[in-house]
Design a protein around this ligand. Structure first.
Ligand SMILES: [Zn+2]
Length: 447
């Protein structure tokens, strides 16, 4: 009886109009959602064991009794990695006939990971994204423009599905030059704009010069953004900028911000999230298990992203918990003479150094006597290099006393070089912290 009721709620959640779905989620007791998740996990595990050569072999070798698994953590030390996808090939993971595929290259290997999907999954993820966008205020009367990169990338396809459910006017511009986008989009007066954060930043620099129009919100996906850059965009457009967090492997949205922008509300209906090993602050690598995939389920997939699972209630009142803002890719955390450093450290050191914070890259390499941290900074600020360096050192001293102490002890050298905007990035993603010592010493860890 209960199972039947739960299944009915599950079906309704996935089939209703987005606005009704939001109401139903808010009305559903948390235990009912938990039941749905467990039932979906059981289905996923059975499917994987029956049809995927990779999972069948792994479960058999480990003598895993699937009937007893109620939570992915009960699978012990079993994980799926990006390297598994590359080395076994996507075919080994398939449990059904795919309708489409997307690719992700990440920042550590030129070999793409291929991920397959069904149209049914696309529809479900589109509905979920529609619910998330509805909560942010997207309505049928809105005019949506997207500059997501459509080359092998999942996000524009999921977005298209979502806005279809919401019945908005929608144009996919593709990832064209921000100036061209500005000129061609302007006659349509789009009031909701989607793009990658670094692209939105460049569009905003143009809009600041040439003028903005009435905007409801902007939405960024595909990479992280500093709060300083977000503030710049929001001030220029006089509208909020929301971020989502996802991966191609997850088929888009793992979580979306709410109006408070304090972490991503998790997509708990479609994923089980874990951080099996955490540091003193509760941060660890995010591991997720897909709950709704019928073509290529992923079980305990290591995301390589460093975050924290947050269960504290959010001021917005939505009962679904959150993921903290992603701190770094695990392979971007570098242990060197400076200390344990990752992108968030350099973001913080560079805060207020360079206006809207364009791209930067930190390269750690062996110096003659100690590690050298080379901070490459894009800037159109013609301030004297000495001045910039003095500011960076002051921030290091004031904001990271421990790293400053190591600098005083000459455990590392910090060098600053500058280049014009647009010079550091040559692909969609910029690897922000690069450990060149590792590249020379041993084979690279894949992500
Ligand atoms: Zn919230």
């Amino acid at each position: 009886m209960l199972t039947k009721a739960i299944e009915a709620i599950e079906r309704a959640l996935l089939k209703l109009e987005p606005q009704r779905s939001v109401r139903l989620i808010n009305l559903s007791p948390p235990w009912a959602v938990e039941k749905i998740r467990r039932a979906r996990l059981q289905r996923t595990l059975r499917l994987a064991a029956e049809r995927s050569p990779f999972y069948r072999l792994q479960f058999r070798e480990r003598n895993i009794d699937l009937a007893r698994i109620e939570h992915p953590s009960q699978l012990g030390d079993f994980y799926t990695t990006g390297e598994d996808l590359r080395s076994y090939g996507a075919q080994a993971f398939l449990t059904g006939r795919p309708d489409t595929a997307f690719e992700t290259t990440g920042t550590t290997s030129p070999i793409p990971k291929r991920v397959f999907f069904s149209n049914h999954e696309l529809e479900e993820m589109g509905r979920y994204s529609a619910v998330a966008l509805y909560r942010l205020g997207l309505r049928p009367e809105d005019r949506v423009f997207s500059a997501y990169d459509s080359s092998f990338w999942v996000s524009p396809v999921v977005l298209k599905m979502a806005v279809q459910f919401l019945k908005c006017f929608h144009v996919e511009a593709g990832k064209i030059q921000p100036l061209e986008f500005y000129e061609r989009a302007r006659p349509y007066q789009p009031n909701v704009i989607f793009g990658e954060p670094s692209w939105l930043l460049r569009l905003t620099e143009i809009a600041k010069q040439r003028g903005t129009w009435g905007t409801k919100f902007l939405f960024g996906g595909g990479e992280n953004m500093t709060e300083e850059a977000r503030e710049f965009v929001e001030n220029v457009w006089a509208a909020p900028l929301y971020l989502s967090y996802g991966q191609t492997e997850s088929f888009g949205t793992l979580g979306v911000e709410c109006q408070f922008k304090e972490g991503y509300h998790r997509n708990d209906l479609f994923f089980f999230f874990e951080t099996p090993e955490v540091d003193a602050e509760g941060y660890g690598e995010l591991v997720y298990t897909t709950l709704g995939r019928d073509v290529m389920p992923l079980i305990r997939y290591r995301s390589s992203d460093l975050t924290k699972i947050v269960e504290d209630p959010c001021p917005c009142g939505f009962f679904v918990g959150r993921l903290a803002k992603i701190r770094a890719r695990c392979d971007e955390v570098v242990v060197c003479g400076m200390g344990n450093v990752g992108p968030w450290v350099f973001d913080e050191i560079l805060r207020d150094v360079n206006g809207s914070a364009p791209d930067w890259q930190a390269i750690v390499r062996h110096g003659e006597q100690r590690d050298v941290v080379e901070l490459h900074l894009e800037t159109d600020n013609h301030a004297h290099a000495d001045e910039l360096e003095a500011t960076v050192l002051r921030h290091l001293r004031d904001r990271f006393p421990d790293f400053w102490k190591n600098h005083e002890m000459k455990l590392y050298d910090l060098r600053l070089t500058t280049s014009p905007p647009g010079t550091l990035r040559n692909g969609r993603k910029l690897r922000r912290v690069v450990d060149q010592r590792q590249m020379q010493a041993s084979p690279r860890k894949n992500s």
